[in-house]
Design a binder for this molecule. Sequence first.
Ligand code: ASP
Length: 680
Amino acid sequence: MQLDFLGDLKRTHRNGELRASNEGERVTLMGWVNRRRDLGNLIFIDLRDRTGITQIVFDPDKKDVLEKAAQLRSEFVVAVTGRVKKREGNTINKKIATGEIEVVAEELRILNESKPVPFSPGEPDPAQLPNEEVRLKYRYLDLRRNEMQANIELRHKVALAIRNYLHSQGFFEIETPFMTRSTPEGARDYLVPSRVHPGQFYALPQSPQLFKQILMISGFDKYFQIVRCFRDEDLRADRQPEFTQIDLEMTYPQQESVFAVVEGFLKAAFSAAGVDLPTPFPRMTYDQAMQMYGSDKPDLRLPPMTDVKSAFTPEMMQTLGIAPGLPIVAIRVPKVGELSRKERDEIKPLFGERKDAKLFDDFKRLEKSWPDAVAKIRQLVDVPTSGRHSAEQSSAPTQDDLLVIVAGGAQPAEHKSEGGVKPEVKQHDHAVYNAAGALRVALGQKYAERHKLFAGDRKEASSYRWLWVTDFPMFEYDADGDRWAAAHHPFTSPHERDMPKVLAQQDLGSVRALAYDVVLNGTELGSGSIRIHRQDVQRQIFRALGMTEEEAKSRFGFFLEALEYGTPPHGGIALGLDRIVMILAGAMSLREVIPFPKTAKAVDLMVDAPTPVSEQQLIELDLAFPFDALARCSNCGKKWKIAGHLRTEVGVGKNFQCRACGSETQVVIQDNLSFAAEEG
Ligand code: ASP
């Protein structure tokens, strides 16, 4: 096909811009052929770019142009010059912004052709899209689709709003290195081999954690960065090996000052998506979250659990096999209605088989044996005895609600962290709260169609239930390794009031950290902490974590040294940008809002990465490993051992000249080279 040059032709408008008021203007539009309808002596094309679609008409008044247009196919790139004409009556298309006009073509330049596409970017019906692998392989076509264009535009606007807000608050955006050394988040690192230093590696950062703290030591006062982070974790459906964080750090903060900054930039980000978020967000301690929601990331859209222990007599607990020392909670899921036997049977598998907690899902049976106790439970949960059908809050209790009870099974043995006055929620209780919390969420999801509490409009602020969770435990007991681990990371500051426990290395399970998470609708969107700024405290924390001075020095020596040069108090947080955009876009997967994402198997299907590299590269990076091969001369029978670093180097499969008789033979692989070879 004869293609045309762009020459000095200029666009006068974008394809989403022309209106009835442009009638009669001579315009030049450029874009992709979204669709073509050929009626013989009349051809229509929908011309598409980022901004929208304009209908172009080719008619017999310009016969040569009409003939040329007959060659157009989907995704050809064209430039059209013509006149804007108002459409008549029923030809007006109310669905698109340019639907009142069309452009009658006077000149057509075909700037490029396209192979027949594996799927059409102009396809309006998502059900017609191919599977995700095909979309990811042809990502450039997928990204041309309206929906993806909107998602990427939203991502840009959200990031810009955040940048502008943080700039207005005196934050500097400062870059930190990608080629660095291990950071403290505790996932597996991606490593980059150094050619110049054979056998040594850079690590890609899991976050800029230590750099941002060093920027505070360096006097920048307020830092932020919208930054890529890398973690080599087993990928769950909604994780990516590289992801983007909104990372920030500030000096002399209280937790509240960090919260205010985050609320400010989230308000700006949501406002860029047309949602007016009310701030401040509610706050809740980790202990409260565990007691009321059985989770450190409560979904506030569902009602909290209720402590119903007071309804149980000691005899009742004994008959039911409930451990008296552990919590008993009721879970309420609104508007589930009467359950069939079969539906009731589906609840147990959601709870799973466990020793540490027990489920009572049949309220009617319980009621037969213990009517008073059940009446008390209803009272505690505030379910009215005669039906309340709510003109009130959509989650106010009614008789249609599903109620189940979770209690402790066997009383567990004393746990390491048991002891202090704080926290209120002991490790023992956790198993029960966790089991109940997980069931609460599972039931909430299972009956989402009935209670409709998850079905809020994306544009309504009330659909977003935010929460700050504070006062996390400082340490987690790792039973396998029989040691304490940092629950956030080891640079997180303990509560001042708990410092004596750290110093005495006692009751570490009850030490609370100045660590906080921001949670949205049951998802953790970010976490952060006030940091340790004193070397002596830092040393104590490493000691509590069972790290020797040498270990600490070898991992974080540069940082510990920096701490010794006048480090101001500081703290910060990091939030996942991908997830925020995903939620705002109403997308089901992070891949819908990342331009070039990886699959669940960490593969980029478009560029086909990862790939093997050339042996030359491996040799240069000192990543080639010893490889021995055996050559047996087919003429004289002598055997030769050939040593090298790579298959190709030793020439497996290649011809080899016998050093004894001089004839040509073939190099073969031999695993066991222990038998006598003539020469090394
Ligand atoms: N570096 C931490 C993380 O990525 C966040 C923080 O403490 O600021 O989880």
